[in-house]
Design a protein around this ligand. Sequence first.
Ligand code: PEP
Length: 260
Amino acid sequence: MARKPIIAGNWKMHNNSAQSKELIKGIRANVDSLDIAKLPEIVVAPVFTSLYAVNEEICHCGCGRIKLAAQNVYFEPKGAFTGEISIDMLKDFETSYIIIGHSERRQYFGETDEMINKKAKVILDNGIIPIICCGETLEQREQGVTDAHIEKQITEALKGLSTEEVAKSVIAYEPIWAIGTGKTCDSTEANRVIKHIRSVVEKVSSAAAADAIRILYGGSVKPETIKEQMAQSDIDGALVGGASLKADSFADIVKGAMIG
Ligand code: PEP
């Protein structure tokens, strides 16, 4: 099945509202005139406090070529959870995607596989699409446990989801040693791990879901690397950190992922 590619920019903890507005305007200036039929889905994930401003800019565009993502959500609907944000609050901004399980959230904020599974369920129950991140540390790679580690992360994240829910979800394979380091994972190796992820999805869900689910690569993606990455059989796009913070480089990555 033909899977629509996605290029998603994770802005992490950068940019206040005015700076976010500048960035999205810059991206729009580069992508608004491109042939929409050939474009990948373009997704940007600003900080919570910039969602309003960025959504306003995206709506003005009127063509739906750029979609909004949040970088996190809490799984409870409301209550005494100081500092957290609920799914209902994110729906105010027409959020299409929500990133969950990013390695930085796992490492610095104690996000567990169980929490990621609860978040995936609440996101899908509300008609939004989770971008579920997974990936190994350098130590795990050197110990030869990459595939087993990722199998566990994906199995736990998808627990209890219907095959339809799995099919519409997105996974981002992000080797931790490649994030923000400038070291990209070799494209054929990234493709091998992504094929492994697809086989795990088939095992825990169905062959149809494994065929439909979009799996992105993330880790120091740059304009110079995207063409080779997109040429791989199983890589359906990219989750981009550093290079998404400059309008030109993000737009060049989008252009490198254009179909045809
Ligand atoms: C990320 O944080 O998801 C990421 C892939 O970052 P970078 O592109 O900077 O490695």
